[in-house]
Design a binder for this molecule. Structure first.
Ligand code: AMP
Length: 418
């Protein structure tokens, strides 16, 4: 993709409002994310230009503004999903939201590898019937707050971006004007049913489509056919953060501080909506076209208690003491994970990792037993220690993270959009 072409056709769009919908999670324990992502696009993602121009506006919330009828589908889609409030009790305060939309014919979306047809020829996915089929007939044009109706034929499909547990993710462009660039994620219904995660997927979609924050990956809409569900996601141009961490081993103070500031901002937003993420880890973070962090996976942000035992087979590394001990937990689990993330960004490994296995990690977490290497600055150490507190109530509030000296120190070097 030509860097100048990309830079010249990117437009920033704001005029966003923040949903006040109450999304109340249930207790839950997360599991390890499937590791079969191929991320085939991330190298070329990394070559993309940082975008030169963003038009940023301060949102004036107007929750009841209807989508103008003369707008194209894609614009209506975005507007409809931005005007989701129907049950507000108090007017929200203006929140600065920068949303970058990519559009235009000039953006090279890459070559489609025929993956969907190949899977269909291989017989992947089965028709689903009865209640399960009803439960997974997910279409945002039929949702309580509808967007436009979509179908696979309305997209030009480009290069594969990765493979998830339930299907592939492709870079796509809407055929109708304006031609938006999106990531289209396919989920096979029969595989969702086999894994018994129908409710979880529904909940994930429900949560993510109501969130609007510059560091939370947007879900613009979704549609389905007989075998698959398709999610229309914000395109995270620089791919997976995890890949960057693997590539560089660890991050500099400046880069880590920037990411942690963005995470703290996003988490404060989620908590204000009563959403607890509960699965913050590098594998769940993507990078936008400006290298800005995007929380990209809400698969475990709400979870029925019945799935607890099954999910405990995942990694423990990011779980706080109260969760590994099976106690009640609150949004403070995300504060703990932020401490783990800060450590991992700066050191390349999570603080409680123990190669002897599950039990050893469990004990370390429970006793909050970790050592911060000498190369970590005193300021970063201070933040890590204040987040990794056994008592959830003693963990540093997110507002204080934002004003912590290690965050503030690097803030002045930062462009305002990041
Ligand atoms: P997932 O099923 O969410 O694990 O996605 C599989 C892989 O596809 C990820 O590991 C990413 O490399 C890629 N991917 C998923 N969503 C996006 C997105 N919105 N933008 C860019 N790449 C993505």
């Amino acid at each position: 993709m030509s860097q100048t072409a990309l830079a010249s056709i990117v437009r920033g769009v704001a005029s966003m409002d923040i949903s006040q919908d109450d999304i109340k999670p249930k207790p839950f324990i997360p599991t390890h994310k499937p590791t079969n992502s191929q991320g085939s696009g991330s190298t070329s993602h990394n070559r993309q230009a940082s975008v030169s121009k963003l038009l940023t506006k301060y949102a004036k919330p107007n929750p009841f503004q209807p989508a103008p009828s003369n707008q194209s589908n894609a614009v209506r889609l975005a507007l409809a999903s931005n005007t989701h409030q129907t049950q507000q009790t108090a007017p929200p305060s203006p929140v600065k939201v920068t949303v970058t939309k990519l559009f235009g014919d000039e953006i090279d979306i890459g070559k489609y590898d025929g993956g969907f047809e190949a899977e269909s020829a291989e017989g992947r996915g089965e028709f689903v019937h009865g209640e399960a089929a009803k439960a997974l007939a997910l279409d945002s044009s039929q949702a309580p707050r509808p967007t436009s109706s979509w179908h696979l034929s309305q997209f030009d499909i480009g290069r594969p971006l990765g493979k998830g547990k339930f299907g592939r993710v492709y870079m796509v462009r809407t055929k109708s004007e304006p031609k938006y660039i999106l990531a289209l994620k396919c989920l096979y219904k029969s595989e969702i049913i086999q894994s018994k995660v129908e409710k979880q997927i529904r909940r994930e979609i429900e949560i993510q489509q109501n969130l609007r924050h510059p560091h939370v990956l947007r879900l613009y809409g979704y549609f389905h056919d007989e075998k698959r569900i398709f999610l229309m996601l914000e395109f995270a141009g620089k791919g997976e953060l995890y890949k960057q961490l693997s590539k560089y081993g660890k991050f500099s103070d400046k880069r880590s501080s920037r990411y942690i500031a963005q995470m703290a901002d996003a988490l404060a937003y989620l908590h204000s909506k009563h959403v607890i993420h509960r699965d913050i880890k590098p594998e769940n973070l993507l990078l936008g076209i400006n290298g800005e962090l995007k929380i990209g996976d809400f698969g475990w942000s709400v979870h029925a208690p019945g799935n607890r035992r099954k999910t405990l087979c995942g990694t423990l590394d990011y779980l706080p003491p109260e969760m590994v001990e099976g106690k009640e937990h609150t949004e403070k689990v995300d504060h703990w994970a932020l401490g783990v993330l800060t450590f991992e960004f700066l050191c390349g490994v999570p603080p409680f990792e123990d190669l002897r296995g599950y039990n050893a990690t469990y004990k370390k977490i429970s006793k909050v037993e970790f050592q911060i290497p000498d190369h970590v600055s005193a300021e970063a150490k201070d933040l890590i220690k204040k987040l990794l507190q056994h008592d959830p109530e003693k963990r540093m509030p997110l507002s204080e993270v934002a004003s912590h000296p290690w965050i503030v120190k690097y803030k002045k070097d930062r462009p305002s959009s990041q």
